[in-house]
Every structure is written in C-alpha cells, then in structure tokens.
Write a protein of this length. Sequence first.
Length: 134
Amino acid sequence: NNTIINIKNNLKKNGKIFFLENFVESHKKQNKFRNLLKMEERKVASFNKFLNLKKFNKILSSNFNITEVVNYSSLYDLLLYILLPSINNGKTNYSSKILENLKDVIINQYVNEDHLLMLNADIGQNYYILAKNK
C-alpha cells in the first residue's frame, strides 16, 4: 500500500502508470487445468511474488482511476505451464520452438492488428493494469 501511495504522490495529475503483475487467482486456475490432466500443481517459485488481484485492484482504485485490466498471457501460459508439460513428463520447457513461434504470432498480431491474441479464460498469470492519477 505504501508503494502505491508513493507512486501516486510522484505521478503528475492525470499521469498514467502501467503495472505488470502476477496474480494468485490465475495461478490457481492454471493448477485447476493441470489437475484435469492429472498433473502436479505448480508451486510459486521463491523469487516470484504473486499478488491478490482483488486486493490489488481495491488499493489501486482508491488511489487511481483504473482504465484497463488485461490478462495478456493466457494463451502463452496455457501452452507453457499446462499443455507442453502434459506431454513432457510435467517439465516446463521455456525454450520450446512452439513457444517462440506463439510469442512471434502474439506480438505480430498486436503490432499489425492492434489486437492481442488471447483466450477467454483468464489463466495467464500475467496482467497489465493501466491506471490514471486522480
């Protein structure tokens, strides 16, 4: 909460701030899909900090006008953390050629069409949140 207040105090009036965060809710959804495939749940790595989306949005909305919330990594994370490990003895392969190709497709779709290629299910652990100072 102190960090959010410090950001607010240092941001110009009507200034915008862009947050890229990981949230526990979507991480739990990933594990539900892994459970469907009889896979072990993924643990949160010790170097990661996953936030509670509802609490974060509550703190943000009391200090900022939230203008956009997008779970931008659902398709990528479905492949990375669920489907590829399901055929790779549960192991995540960060250097998979199919992931590299998917990344290129997602980026090019956004650059050329101004549209993110995403899933309807918010299972990607990464969100971006755009907020404007009140």
